[in-house]
Design a protein around this ligand. Structure first.
Ligand code: PLP
Length: 382
């Protein structure tokens, strides 16, 4: 089954951001995978293409049912179909949430390092971003509860949570998610929980995922959960995501903020998403096994060959956060470019002294990248 992942058609010249943005470099940056999507997704797309008519689309009954079943069976939460808002992407949804619940002079809070749009969507609403650094505790990243309390203001309106966390790879525990929710409740904040990586937990027995949808009902008044099958099934280029918003008034305000800024979702995306949720699970299980091996490779290589680089234990995602401040490096991503590698620059996540490696690719490529990283002057020095 691993042959599903050990080969990938050449992606160069296919309009791929990852491969075509800087064609002279070997790409390990943006979060998509060098794997062909599951067969049932390809089948559903072909069937829809063969139909041949591509007028305006809406979420069809089969998709809505697939989402409801997925949320119930995977996350143990009964969601009514009217609580789901269909969207063309999660990033637009983060912006929508900011515009719906904040205005000029207000603020939103998020913890860093974090997926870059978390740090800039506040601008869409003329708001400030309050950045609270995550705190390292016993070698693992968690929240700095004290700093959150100290920095929250009267005009803070939202808290953006990234769980599982990109780029730190944490899958936050039930207790951590509950504590975030209590913090939001205490300060009357809308909790926006981006859970796009939740089906990429590498060992669910050790680190089970706790969706914000599983919080007690009292937390549902001001909750927006953002989801998509796009990361897990490698269909991000098709553009489909959704928000689950249990409270009707919050949902109405969120939808109203769209104004005329959200184009219709494309007809193919809906069918790919439905097939992924209905039939993708066996493929996903194989994917997790493959990614788990790549994760092990990275976690074994770094302490052996790059002892001064800090790598958190990767519980979820296919992203490795390589933090190089102990090596005195100002911009490791630039140094990696000199080795022919394109990694994500930590500066965009709020930490220039780090870089992010995407290991959702063939194992030999991961190993080659690690070897080249270990040749960067200053990184491997003991
Ligand atoms: C945490 C997180 N949210 C959202 C996205 C992107 O979502 P979309 O492509 O639906 O805008 C990513 C992509 O890497 C991500 O890591």
């Amino acid at each position: 089954m691993n042959s599903l992942f050990s080969d990938c058609p050449d992606r160069r010249g296919t309009g791929s951001i990852k491969w075509d943005l800087k064609p002279s470099l070997d790409p390990f940056w943006v979060a998509d995978m060098d794997f062909v999507s599951p067969e049932p997704v390809l089948g559903a797309l072909s069937q829809r293409v063969n139909h041949g008519v591509f007028g305006y689309a809406q979420a069809h009954e089969g998709l809505i049912e697939a989402v409801v079943i997925y949320l119930r069976e995977r996350h143990g939460h009964a969601v009514a179909s009217e609580q789901i808002v269909h969207l063309g992407g999660l990033v637009p949804a983060l912006s929508l949430a900011a515009r719906a619940f904040g205005e000029s002079g207000d603020a939103l809070m998020t913890c860093t390092p974090v997926y870059p749009p978390f740090l800039s969507v506040a601008n869409d609403a003329g708001m400030e971003t309050i950045r609270v650094p995550h705190r390292l505790e016993n070698g693992q990243w968690t929240f700095d509860w004290e700093a959150m309390e100290q920095n929250v203001t009267q005009r803070t309106r939202l808290f953006l949570l990234c769980n599982p966390q990109n780029p730190l790879g944490r899958c936050f525990t039930m207790e951590e998610v509950q504590q975030v929710a209590s913090f939001c409740q205490r300060h009357d904040l809308i909790l926006v929980s981006d859970e796009i990586h939740c089906d990429l937990v590498l060992n669910e027995t050790e680190t089970p995922f706790f969706s914000a949808l599983r919080l007690a009902e009292s937390f549902h008044e001001k909750l927006i959960v953002l989801q998509s099958p796009s990361k897990t099934y490698n269909i991000a280029g098709l553009g489909y995501a959704y928000a689950v918003i249990p409270n009707a008034q919050v949902r109405k305000r969120f939808e109203k903020a769209k104004g005329h800024t959200s184009p219709e979702i494309n007809a193919l995306a809906y069918y790919a998403a439905e097939a992924a949720y209905r039939h993708g699970e066996p493929w996903r299980q194989e994917l997790i096994r493959y990614l788990g091996k790549n994760r092990d490779l990275v976690e074994e290589f770094v302490p052996d060959h790059l002892p001064k680089v800090h790598l958190p234990k990767i519980e979820a995602t296919y992203l490795a956060w390589l933090e190089t401040s102990a090596c005195g490096m100002k911009n490791p991503a630039r140094a990696a470019e000199e080795q022919g590698l394109f990694l994500s620059d930590g500066a965009y996540f709020g930490y220039p002294q780090a870089m992010r490696l995407n290991f959702a690719t063939q194992q030999d490529r991961v190993l080659e990248a690690l070897e080249k990283i270990s040749e960067i002057d200053g990184l491997a020095d003991m």
